[in-house]
Design a protein around this ligand. Structure first.
Ligand SMILES: Cc1cc2nc3c(=O)[nH]c(=O)nc-3n(C[C@H](O)[C@H](O)[C@H](O)COP(=O)(O)O)c2cc1C
Length: 364
């Protein structure tokens, strides 16, 4: 290691629970819409993640916890035996290359395109409030998420159990841990925020009520797999998927304090607008940092300089990078050596073959 590398905290090791990360450059979760029959990870998925094993930690794409929790085409799930087997090949390959890998477990809530495309039962959400501004290009046509229905109170324990079971499956599949997808307008985020939750029962209204599902799921997963194998991703102000709330600062300070009580491994925070301005809408992330004493992963729009600054100033312990990992499997090495980054091909980002997936070359 050169002196410049040695003095940069981005390349210094970090103890995350029981595992040691060799650096602080984390691969952020990214759905890639690629899987085989039965939504089983592909051989190219094995290759794709193994190629990125030098990341301090890989966090996989969101993986649906149940058939009901699916929303996007071909996202590989973690609810059938074949899917567990498929993921086991991924974790084995990453571990063989001395990597570390958590899986992001996901219930899309009201953001289901597949329900619309395949005429499935309506997706479930805290309330029957659609996401009016969403659409995606799928198979050449623009598709809107299906209209959701509100979950019955009696169905909620089943959701908690689906998350818990998916987490158990994740350990069986050899993952080092689990990240709950609590961000970006999907089910857990939707329950927490006023713009998507109009319930009047124990899961709606007050901050404590709206946060209840996220906290119940976190506790169930942490109990299942161990607190130090459990992390969660949140996005306090990100408007993706028409996510909104009247009280982001107060709400997420409450959530951070409660997550701290649960003593989970990490809080992964999408800062600002995802893939947009990191400072808009305004939010004081340092408050979360002081309320949650575990590991803080900063995310969204980071480059190596910004990442270094965040770690040096104590604003974050680890930094996740999403888009730059797509076309740069050896991102850590490129950052270390100051090498240029390859640009991703937007046409092959979501869905398709191995092109733009497992065929980006390493330089190093
Ligand atoms: C193709 C693509 C897929 C994504 N899928 C997920 C996902 O499955 N789960 C998630 O939490 N975020 C997902 N994101 C958001 C990224 O994790 C990240 O927050 C965003 O790209 C901003 O980070 P960046 O500036 O480092 O790219 C996705 C982003 C992209 C570009």
């Amino acid at each position: 290691m050169t002196d410049a590398e040695a003095s940069n905290p981005l390349f210094s090791p970090y103890q995350l629970g029981e595992i040691v990360l060799p650096n602080r450059v984390i691969m952020a979760p990214m759905t890639r819409w690629r899987s085989g029959p039965g939504f089983v990870p592909l051989a190219s998925t094995v290759e794709y993640y193994a190629q990125r094993a030098s990341a301090g930690l890989i966090i996989t794409e969101g993986s649906p916890i149940s058939e009901q929790g699916r929303g996007y085409p071909d996202a590989p799930g973690i609810y059938t035996r074949d899917q567990i087997k498929g993921w086991k090949a991924v974790t084995d390959a990453v571990h063989q290359k001395d990597g570390r890998i958590f899986i992001q477990i996901w219930h899309v809530g009201r953001i289901s395109y597949v329900a619309r495309l395949h005429d499935l039962p309506p997706p479930v959400a805290p309330s029957a409030i659609p996401a009016p501004n969403q659409q995606m290009k799928i198979g050449g046509q623009m598709v809107r998420p299906a209209e959701p229905r509100a979950l019955e109170l009696t169905e909620i324990p089943g959701i908690v159990d689906d998350f818990r079971r998916a987490a158990a499956h994740a350990l069986e599949a050899g993952f080092d841990g689990v990240e709950l997808h609590g961000a970006n307008g999907y089910l857990l985020d939707a329950f927490a925020k006023t713009g998507m939750n109009a319930r009047t029962d124990a899961y709606g209204g007050s901050i404590a009520n709206r946060s209840r599902l996220m906290l119940e799921v976190t506790e169930a997963v942490a109990t299942e797999v161990g607190r130090m194998r459990t992390g969660i991703r949140i996005a306090p102000v990100n408007p993706t998927n028409d996510s909104s709330t009247d009280d982001a600062q107060e709400l997420f300070e409450y959530i951070a304090a409660k997550l701290n009580d649960l003593q989970i491994a990490y809080l992964h925070v999408v800062e600002g607008t995802s893939m947009g301005d990191r400072n808009t809408p305004p939010f004081d992330y340092s408050r979360l940092r002081s309320l949650f004493k575990g590991t803080y992963i900063g995310s969204n729009g980071y480059d190596p300089e910004l990442a270094r600054h965040a770690i040096e100033t104590g604003n974050a312990d680890l930094i996740s990078f999403a888009r730059s990992f797509v076309a740069n499997p050896d991102l850590v090495e490129r950052f270390k050596r100051g090498l240029p980054l390859a640009k991703l091909d937007p046409e092959t980002l979501l869905g398709g073959s191995d092109a733009g997936y497992s065929d980006y070359p390493t330089l190093t």
